[in-house]
Design a protein around this ligand. Structure first.
Ligand code: ADP
Ligand code: ASP
Ligand code: MG
Length: 406
C-alpha cells in the first residue's frame, strides 16, 4: 500500500468527460490498495475568466475580494470530482482550503502556505476515503480565503504530500513530463526521464511554467518524490530527483525563457561610491525585485550607465521611482523597454563542463542576436535579448547543446 497525492491541472479537469477520465485513474489506484489524495485545479480557462471579471470590475481591485472570486474555480472541480468518484463507487469527499484548514500568510493573491492541519485527512484516509482537495487556496490570518499565485495548485499538492508524508506526488498535466524546453515552441524538445530538484527549480523560476516555482522549493526542502506526467496517457513521466540519483549528467538539461521581464537603463549617472545603493535601495523599498544588473563606465570615465531588469508588471512603478531620484543622482536620461525576453540554459553539468556560457554567446552571435544583459549562477546562464528572437534563440540553443530529439 502506498500513500499518493495526485494533482490534476486545468486541462485534465476541463469538462465532465475529462473528470471521468481522471476519476478512472484515481479508482485504479484505490482498487490497487493505495491511499489517495486528489488535488484539483479549476477547469482550464476558468481562472483566467475569473481574473478578467475582477479586472473589469475595477482597475484597483481589493485583493481580498480577488481571492474570493478566483478561488471559486477549484471549488467547482473539487465537488464535481467527488461526485464522479462517488458515482463510480469510490468513497470520496471534497475539501476546500478553509475546511481543513490550509493556513497561509496574509499576502492575498500570492499567499504562502504556513501550516496544514492533517488530522482530519489522516482519519479519513485511514478509513479508505479519497480526499479531493481544492488546489490554489487557503485561509489567511484574517480568516478570509487566500490564493497561492497562478499555478498554485502544484504547491497545494506538494504541501499535502509533504505534510502527509506521502510516498509520491504525481502532477498530471497536458504534456507527458518535463521537456528540455517548452514543447509548444520547440517541436524537437525531448522528454527527460529525470531532472534534479535544483534544475527543476531553476527551470521553473526562469519561466518553465510546467510546475509552480514554490512547489519545487517545497519538494526539494521536504524531499518529496515528485513525478510530472500526462493525464491523457498511462506512460511514466519525469521524476524530479536528487542529483546523486542521476548517473550520467548532460552539460545542459534544459532551456527556459521568460517574457515577464522589462529592462530599464539609467544613462550617464555620475560615477561615485554609493550610486548603486542610491538606485537599488529605493527600488527594494518599493518592493520591486531587481533581477539582472549591468553597469558600464561611460566614455569619459566619470559617469556610468546602469541597466537592470524588473518584472514587467513593475516597469512603470520602477521608472517612477527612478524619476523621483533624478535630482539626487544627476543622471542624463532613463530608458525602458518591455520587448525583451530572458533566455536561460540550465544544468548541474555546468559545474564540471567548461565553455557552456561561451557556446551560448557564440550560438546567439551566429544568428545575429544581440545580447543586452547577462547573468550567471552555478547551474545557469541567462541572457536578455529582444523578444522577437525568442523562438529563434531557444531553437538554436536547443540544437547547439545537442538537446534535439533524435
Ligand atoms: P496545468 O494546467 O496542468 O497545471 P500548465 O499549463 O500549468 O498545466 O503546465 C503545463 C504546460 O507547461 C505545458 O503545456 C507546456 O506548454 C508548458 N511548459 C513550459 N516549459 C515546459 C517544459 N520544459 N516541459 C514541459 N512543459 C513545459
Ligand atoms: N487555477 C489556478 C490557475 O490557473 C491554479 C492552478 O491551476 O494551479 O492559476
Ligand atoms: Mg500549472
Amino acid at each position: 500500500m502506498a500513500r499518493v497525492v495526485k494533482k490534476f491541472g486545468g486541462t485534465s479537469v476541463a469538462d465532465l468527460d475529462r473528470i471521468r477520465a481522471i476519476a478512472t485513474k484515481v479508482k485504479a489506484a484505490v482498487d490497487a490498495g493505495d491511499q489517495v489524495v486528489v488535488v484539483v485545479s479549476a477547469m482550464s480557462g476558468v481562472t483566467n475568466k475569473l481574473v478578467g471579471y475582477v479586472q473589469d470590475a475595477s482597475p484597483l481591485y481589493d485583493l481580498r475580494e480577488y481571492d474570493a472570486v478566483v478561488a471559486a474555480g477549484e471549488q467547482v472541480t473539487a465537488g464535481l470530482t467527488a461526485i464522479v468518484l462517488q458515482e463510480m463507487g469510490v468513497d470520496a469527499r471534497s475539501w476546500l482550503g478553509w475546511q481543513l484548514p490550509v493556513h497561509t500568510t496574509d499576502a492575498h493573491g500570492l499567499a504562502r502556505i504556513e501550516d496544514i492541519d492533517t488530522e482530519l485527512l489522516e482519519e479519513r484516509l485511514n478509513q479508505g476515503q479519497v480526499a479531493v482537495i481544492a488546489g490554489f487556496q487557503g485561509i489567511g490570518p484574517d480568516n478570509r480565503i487566500t490564493t497561492l499565485g497562478r499555478g498554485g495548485s502544484d504547491t497545494t499538492a506538494v504541501a499535502f504530500a509533504a505534510a502527509l508524508k506521502a510516498d509520491r506526488c504525481d502532477i498530471y498535466t497536458d504534456v507527458d513530463g518535463v521537456y528540455t524546453t517548452d514543447p509548444r515552441i520547440v517541436s524537437q524538445a525531448r522528454k527527460l526521464d529525470y531532472i534534479t530538484y535544483e534544475e527543476m527549480l531553476e527551470m521553473a523560476s526562469l519561466g518553465a511554467k510546467v510546475l509552480q516555482t514554490r512547489s519545487v522549493e517545497l519538494a526539494m526542502r521536504y524531499r518529496v518524490p515528485l513525478q510530472v506526467l500526462s493525464s491523457f496517457s498511462d506512460e511514466p513521466g519525469t521524476m524530479v530527483v536528487d542529483e546523486e540519483d542521476i548517473v550520467e549528467q548532460a552539460e545542459i538539461s534544459g532551456i527556459a525563457y521568460s517574457s515577464d521581464e522589462a529592462k530599464i537603463t539609467i544613462e550617464h549617472v555620475p560615477d561615485r561610491p554609493g550610486v548603486s545603493a542610491a538606485i537599488f535601495g529605493p527600488l527594494a523599498d518599493a518592493n520591486i525585485n531587481v533581477d539582472m544588473i549591468v553597469q558600464n563606465v561611460g566614455p569619459e570615465g566619470d559617469s556610468t550607465d546602469v541597466t537592470f531588469t524588473v518584472p514587467r508588471i513593475d516597469m512603470d512603478r520602477s521608472v517612477k521611482v527612478i524619476k523621483g531620484l533624478e535630482d539626487e543622482l544627476g543622471y542624463r536620461a532613463v530608458k525602458f523597454d518591455d520587448h525583451v525576453v530572458k533566455v536561460s540554459v540550465i544544468g548541474v553539468g555546468m559545474r564540471s563542463h567548461a565553455g557552456i556560457a561561451s557556446k551560448m554567446f557564440a550560438t546567439l552571435a551566429d544568428k545575429g542576436i544581440n545580447i543586452q544583459v547577462i547573468s550567471t549562477s552555478e547551474i545557469k546562464v541567462s541572457v536578455l535579448i529582444a523578444d522577437e528572437y525568442t523562438e529563434l534563440a531557444v531553437r538554436a540553443l536547443h540544437t547547439a547543446y545537442k538537446l534535439d530529439a533524435a
